[in-house]
Design a protein around this ligand. Sequence first.
Ligand SMILES: [Fe+2]
Length: 194
Amino acid sequence: MEHQTNGYTLEDFVGEMTAIVEQNKSDDELVVDAERLVGKLVQSDSWLPPAKRKPSNDSYARHSLYCDPKDRFEVIALVWKPGQRTGLHDHDGTWGAEGVVAGQIKAENFIQLEEISSNVVKLKHSNTIVISQQSTGKLLPPADCHILEAVGDQTAITIHVYGKQLRKFRVFSPLAEEGIYLAEEKQVEYTPKK
Ligand SMILES: [Fe+2]
């Protein structure tokens, strides 16, 4: 699929997103607006500089694109070699929207049903979708857990916006009983510039 050049840039996105977070909307309204704007942003990739398109051999690469100075949202680019994937994880209680600028990503989505204890949770698989180039998805607690995986044979690049700077999240490992997971907190890292 050829990218259209519509002239919409990261700067335009940040301007529109900033105007939206200043309107005191609820999270379920914000995430709809964020997904719509991410959809505009991923119609073109000419705004994304080469340094933010670099993959990593160790895991998917995580590049920071923008942090709102009042911490009301952040924008990142993830770069995935074919087959690279995340574990099953949440997003520290915030909303998120994602869009694909290159390749394809598979999202296995889960809903958090119950906090059984401080590190044991009950999750339910809700659906699995493949998000293609120029398309989007979203997450909103309690439907805010997923596994993302690059599918197909080309490097994938995805753009993510969250309702705050994501500094930590939880990774879930299945326990013996179906639907029950051990939750471990992880600190978020950005891929270092080389
Ligand atoms: Fe995620």
